[in-house]
Design a binder for this molecule. Sequence first.
Ligand SMILES: Cc1ncc(COP(=O)(O)O)c(C=O)c1O
Length: 392
Amino acid sequence: MTQGPHFLQIPGPSPVPERIQRAIDHQVIDHRGPQFQKLGHEVLEGIKPLFGTTQPVIIYPASGTGAWEAAIVNTLSAGDRVLMAETGQFATLWQKLATRWGVAVDFIPGDWRHGVDAATIAAKLAEDKAHAIKAVMVVHNETSTGCLSDIAAVRKAMGDHPALLMVDTISGLGSAPVHHDAWGADVTVSGSQKGLMLPPGLSFTAVSEKALAATKTATLPRSYWDWQEMVQFNAKGFFPYTPASTLLYGLKEAIAMLNEEGLENVFARHQRLAEACRAAVRGWGLEITCLDPKVYSPILTGVMMPAGHDADNFRKVALEHFNISYGAGLGKLAGKAFRIGHLGDCNELTLMAALCATEMTLKLAGVPHKAGGVAAAMDSFTQDGKKLRLSA
Ligand SMILES: Cc1ncc(COP(=O)(O)O)c(C=O)c1O
């Protein structure tokens, strides 16, 4: 077994900083008592600025998939039509989930290398004179490809159409700006194990008034996921059932850490790391999965393997030799791409270590590449003899 830390370089779960680990290491408390009520209020209020909202944010003890399902069962009825965009594996999984609930999904095809095409959404909604489409559901940061879609453009494309806008920013929150209110989003879902630097186990859902109102007419069955009950309890700082109190202590610490750094600085740090990572990939002469520079993700970089070379073998060699985990290629990209996460508790040196491991593994695994990716990343941090700041 290799000594020293494991490099968890997947795009979530991301490494949990010690401060958060210590905060979670807390005795369980009475979830109907005043100590919990204070914590409940603190985290339910504290999470709102991360979403750019003053509206309710629901916290489930669930992975992101739970929040996906909750978004559907609270707002839709069987047979409802929705519009989704095939940006990658996560859009595909959300579409499958909706289909299983009897929702009729118009899934705009995509090549898994671009973001959401707002013009196609505009065209589809313009055709829908009867307003049969009840929701537009898009993935903000497509974790399988490394494309960060322009949600404001999607909202603009919707014009006056009354469909709900539902956004998956499960891997975007806490790493890239999220503007639930300014976007005019109705449902924005996220998870704990990415930019919030927490272990998996919590999901978050910002809900607009319009989305809450939709629960009154939506007829899909729901009980555990019912937003109305949750919002009523949350208003008093409580939950309708036993909350994950120790993870909520971690959440309080995560919010404090993000605020201490300043959200703008957090986002700038992610951008700089992402730029350095892309400089390395270009330096190696490899292809970045995302083909549109306007939507490069600050959270992860997908790397395409040269034809005839297996990305899973590359990851295996890297793990065996350097104790590092990269994200696997998912779905259509299985074996064809791997993903380097640069999100959450990371900085120049954690990224440089990962990029060194990548360059060494390219050699060991016999993947054709040019030398100099690591040097290009270092240069991107130190242009003109000055260290570029990671903050805003
Ligand atoms: C964009 C996106 N959506 C949804 C999910 C599913 O979330 P979970 O695995 O927490 O259920 C993920 C997980 O990685 C994701 O990255």
